[in-house]
Design a protein around this ligand. Structure first.
Ligand code: URA
Length: 217
């Protein structure tokens, strides 16, 4: 099976479950979308209204800003990267997802990452950031890349150490000019990061238990 087929099988597995939060029918699932052979994966929070209509992540106003900035800074189209969410459905009234709701979708996100193994995982907003870098404030750490020891969440991948790049959520950038400036600046840092080569051994490692202070910028 190639990566695309593996992701399709994973999506079908999730759709066939019927017991995940916010899901009354398989049509409520908004699975990840994009190029599984990419070096760059974005992870947002949860689907919103437009995402459930189109069954595709980040297609509403926040998504439009994300896609526009991706093109203007990195010169990439959305189908050249992979975009997914922590919660693969829409919480009522777009409320924040609860820990048990995040946990219900976690194996699917972890498996998506295992299949794609992107060089860089850009987290959009505090919920996806907290998966890799707990107990920090996004205003303090956005735009600061760090390596993550993926084996702390998946012991099959002992040598996979993606770079986690925390970013503001584009919905926050739509609400504040200051955040928008930071959001665009962080995309410019992402451009530098994508163009750099990181050879093994990687020495700076972030773990779930002990957030490292060292960053690449
Ligand atoms: N916000 C998210 O976090 N994800 C989406 O897919 C859309 C909006």
């Amino acid at each position: 099976m190639d990566k695309k087929q593996e992701l399709l099988a994973l999506k079908q597995k999730l759709e066939s479950r019927g017991d995940t939060p916010f899901v009354n029918s398989p049509k409520d699932i908004v699975f990840g979308d994009g190029n599984p052979n990419t070096e760059l994966m974005f992870i947002g929070e949860a689907a919103g209204y437009w995402e459930t209509v189109e069954r595709k992540p980040f297609v509403g106003p926040a998504g439009k800003l994300l896609v526009k900035t991706l093109k203007e800074t990195l010169g990439l189209d959305r189908d050249q990267v992979y975009i997914s969410n922590i919660v693969k459905a829409r919480p009522p009234n777009n409320r924040d997802p609860q820990p048990d709701e995040i946990e219900a979708f976690r194996p699917y996100l972890d498996k998506e990452i295992e299949i794609i193994q992107p060089k860089i995982i850009a987290t959009l907003g505090r919920f996806s950031m907290a998966k890799f870098i707990p107990d920090v404030s996004i205003s303090r750490v956005h735009g600061q890349p760090r390596f993550f020891e993926f084996s702390t969440i998946n012991d099959k991948l002992t040598n996979y150490k993606p770079i986690i790049f925390p970013m503001y959520h584009p919905a926050a950038a739509l609400r504040s000019g200051t955040v928008l400036n930071d959001f665009i600046q962080d995309f410019n840092k992402l451009k530098t990061l994508l163009s750099q080569k990181y050879e093994t051994p990687i020495t700076v490692v972030e773990t779930l238990q002990k957030p490292a202070q060292t960053t690449l910028f």
